[in-house]
Design a protein around this ligand. Structure first.
Ligand code: NAG
Ligand code: NAG
Ligand code: NAG
Ligand code: NAG
Ligand code: NAG
Ligand code: NAG
Ligand code: NAG
Ligand code: NAG
Length: 511
């Protein structure tokens, strides 16, 4: 007898990142035993895919091919798999999904959930935390109570900066604020080589602010076009929204109209526009500082979703973070359900050896930590800056079956200088627009506000970030050091007083 399709799928997925608890597996097998002993309709309804039947058989076909090649597991096949999965996550996270065809499948699922089981949220079986089901979305909508936002281009000002908000929009169309999470990030065009690995791992909306003063505008536009048209998949088109900003002292001579340039595909034989020596950019040649927080804030303000993950563009999140995190929020177990303090969800950070690809799972990461091909972030640059509370316990603890809050930390004591990177919301404090990247400690003012407001830092059990491969060592940078001492005294003499007046001072809160 042929092995039922879904078993093939479960087996495969376990090799990757698919996690189903033993209890749930039992429930599934129990049901299937019954199903197959009776009349044998195709078992494909069991695939936890919410789209229509054709999608499902495509998945089965794909996974069989994938299994054949498994011994030969190259980066290319990983890419292919991630690409495939993107369609699935896109289908499950976007509002445009056609679900009518799956109604018979969900009828069946309801009957299965009548089988006694420990998990109490199994109204749609089997429970796959990498997929957002309709009932999860309904729960999220109720829990978050957020407001959907408009998604149209605007030209605005932010201090001395002009902002072309939603200059080139992702093709995903309007988004409901509870249905996905936005990574918000920023950079000069010379950093855009990071965008493809970022979107391949994130598979959800990205709001990206590009600093494009003067003649950096044209290569920025060309980079956007190249990334949308020439990367071999449509993830950038699907997910990434580009904003442009520049100082009013460095307005580009010509601002191309996206409605015009998006009409014709980019010539992909031209050189990669962002592959330049960074010392050749307008920003470097005119010796401008990088307004890192202006970029961060523009990207965050434009995000359409309730939850946001503000990242520097060289940090790549662990795959499936979006559905895993949102499913965790929907389950609403303690401490989520019992704490009413303001909260954010920090991720653990790592660097990896240049010759390796970023790990896909915590298990793989732990293997790399053991043989030192991965290390905690900035271990050789600023070990205390990114040390997270209970960090060594986090590294030692095995992956949990489902995403959960591993530990609730505070920014105090040994961690009073912590600059966490986290999933947060629009109600969190912004970064201070006046601080430059060159001046360092640019996230500290926000972290101080969190401390003063008694935020809880709910560290996620299975989620992590990996820096673009390559381990960093401390290198003296006299230019940065000069700005760093200037910025430190500005923070001390000016910003500190402001924050104390506005947010109050709390013992143990350090700026
Ligand atoms: C495995 O990889 C090698 C080298 O890349 C290739 O020649 C071979 O065809 C692959 N085998 C399969 C089954 O894909
Ligand atoms: C949904 O189904 C309807 C009717 O079958 C079809 O017209 C429409 O194009 C489908 N939409 C999508 C997004 O597949
Ligand atoms: C589910 O259970 C109900 C009542 O027990 C039964 O009438 C129905 O046929 C079942 N549906 C399926 C798809 O097994
Ligand atoms: C999801 O469930 C809600 C409530 O049960 C229902 O109103 C809605 O139509 C469903 N959406 C889809 C796409 O099936
Ligand atoms: C695309 O660029 C290549 C390399 O510069 C050039 O040879 C080719 O003619 C261009 N194609 C088109 C259609 O412009
Ligand atoms: C970039 O250009 C500068 C100055 O022109 C040069 O010193 C440096 O080596 C170049 N870097 C790379 C990676 O080519
Ligand atoms: C280190 O561990 C990882 C994950 O287990 C493995 O892929 C890699 O080959 C190992 N590298 C060395 C040098 O041992
Ligand atoms: C780490 O967590 C454990 C329990 O999870 C707790 O007992 C311990 O005090 C924590 N350590 C630190 C340094 O926070």
């Amino acid at each position: 007898m042929q092995v039922p399709n879904f078993i093939v799928i479960l087996g495969n997925r376990r090799n990757l990142i698919f996690k189903v608890s033993i209890v749930i597996n039992f429930v599934v097998l129990f049901y299937v035993a019954m199903h197959y002993s009776g009349n044998s309709a195709p078992g494909a309804e069991w695939v936890p895919v919410t789209a229509d039947g054709s999608e499902r058989s495509a998945e089965i076909k794909y996974l069989r091919d994938e299994e054949r090649e498994f011994a030969n597991f190259t980066e290319a096949s990983m890419r292919k798999l991630t690409e495939f999965t993107s369609q699935k996550v896109a289908m499950t996270t976007m509002s445009t999904v056609n679900k009518t065809a799956s109604s018979t499948a969900s009828d069946v699922e309801k009957n299965v959930s009548a089988v006694p089981s420990e998990a109490n949220i199994l109204d749609e079986e089997p429970y796959d935390e990498n997929v957002l089901t309709n009932s999860t979305l309904v729960a999220l909508k109720a829990i978050l109570g957020c407001k959907d936002k408009d998604f149209f281009p605007e030209t605005l000002q932010r201090g001395e900066y002009w902002v072309l908000k939603n200059y080139v929009r992702a093709n995903h169309g309007p988004i409901l604020c509870h249905e996905t999470i936005t990574t918000t990030t920023h950079g000069g065009f010379e950093f855009l080589d990071n965008l493809v690995p970022l979107v391949e791992r994130w598979m959800a909306p990205i709001s990206l602010a590009i600093h494009a003063p003067g003649t950096d505008m044209l290569p920025s536009v060309n980079s956007i076009r190249y990334l949308r048209d020439c990367t071999g998949h449509d993830l950038v088109q699907q997910y990434v929204t580009f904003h442009i900003f520049f100082s009013n002292k460095h307005i580009p001579d010509h601002i191309p109209n996206p409605d015009e340039f998006l009409k014709t595909p980019y010539n992909c034989s031209l050189p990669v526009p962002y592959a330049v020596n960074s010392s050749t950019t307008y920003k470097e040649k005119t010796n401008l500082l990088y307004p890192v927080n202006v970029g961060r804030n523009i990207a965050r303000a434009a995000a359409l979703t309730h939850y946001v993950l503000p990242l520097d563009i060289e940090l790549y999140p662990s795959p499936y973070l979006v559905p895993q995190f949102l499913n965790m929020i929907a389950r609403n177990e303690p401490p989520l359900s019992t704490s009413n303090k303001p909260r954010v969800f920090p991720l653990s950070l790592f660097e990896i050896d240049k010759q390796y690809n970023p790990p896909q799972t915590k298990l793989e990461l732990q293997g790399m930590l053991k043989n030192k091909t991965a290390i905690p972030f900035h271990k050789y640059v600023c070990p205390t800056c990114h040390n997270i509370p209970n960090g060594s316990e986090w590294m030692a603890k095995p992956e949990t079956p489902l995403m959960e809050v591993f530990y609730v930390g505070k920014r105090e004591g040994k961690f009073s200088h912590w600059e966490p990177i986290f999933i947060g919301t629009h109600s969190d404090a912004y970064y201070d627009d006046r601080l430059s990247w060159e001046g360092k400690k640019d996230k500290m003012t926000q972290a101080y506000i969190f401390c003063a407001k008694d935020y809880e830092f709910m560290i996620l059990s299975n989620a992590f970030l990996v820096h673009k491969p390559g381990i960093k060592y401390y290198k003296a940078n006299p230019k940065r050091d000069k700005y760093a001492s200037k910025q430190a005294s500005f923070v001390n003499n000016v910003i500190k007083k402001e924050l104390k007046k506005i947010f109050g001072s709390k013992p143990g809160c350090v700026l």
